[in-house]
Design a protein around this ligand. Structure first.
Ligand SMILES: [Zn+2]
Length: 100
C-alpha cells in the first residue's frame, strides 16, 4: 500500500508518491518509505555497497596488474623517449605481453 500527495501551485500541480512498502534486498525485511528508497536502514545500504566495492575492487586489481605488466614490457623494449615504433609480435609474445 502506498500513499500519494498532490501539490497544487497557482499554475500547475505535481504528484509525489512518497511512501511505499518495499522489501530490503539485504535482510528481506518489508519497510515503508519513499518510493525510491531501496534499503531498510543505513546498515543494509552499507553492507550492499561494501560487497559491491569488494567485487569491483578485485576486478580492477587484476586489470591493473595486467596493464602494469604490459607497460613494463613496453618500457623495457622501447625505452623512454620513443613516440612511435613498430615491434615484432613475437618479441611481445616471448615477453608474455597480454593482448587481451
Ligand atoms: Zn535491510
Amino acid at each position: 500500500m502506498w500513499f500519494c500527495v498532490y501539490l497544487f501551485n497557482k499554475k500547475s500541480y505535481s504528484f509525489i508518491a512518497y511512501e511505499m512498502k518495499n522489501k530490503c534486498p539485504i535482510c528481506k525485511k518489508v519497510f515503508t518509505g519513499r518510493t525510491d528508497k531501496k534499503y531498510c536502514s543505513i546498515k543494509c545500504k552499507s553492507i550492499y555497497n561494501t560487497k559491491l566495492n569488494k567485487v569491483t575492487f578485485n576486478a580492477c586489481t587484476q586489470t591493473d596488474k595486467i596493464l602494469h605488466r604490459n607497460r613494463s614490457i613496453l618500457l623495457e623494449i622501447l625505452g623512454t623517449n620513443v613516440q612511435k615504433k613498430k615491434i615484432n609480435r613475437m618479441i611481445l609474445d616471448f615477453k608474455k605481453f597480454n593482448f587481451n
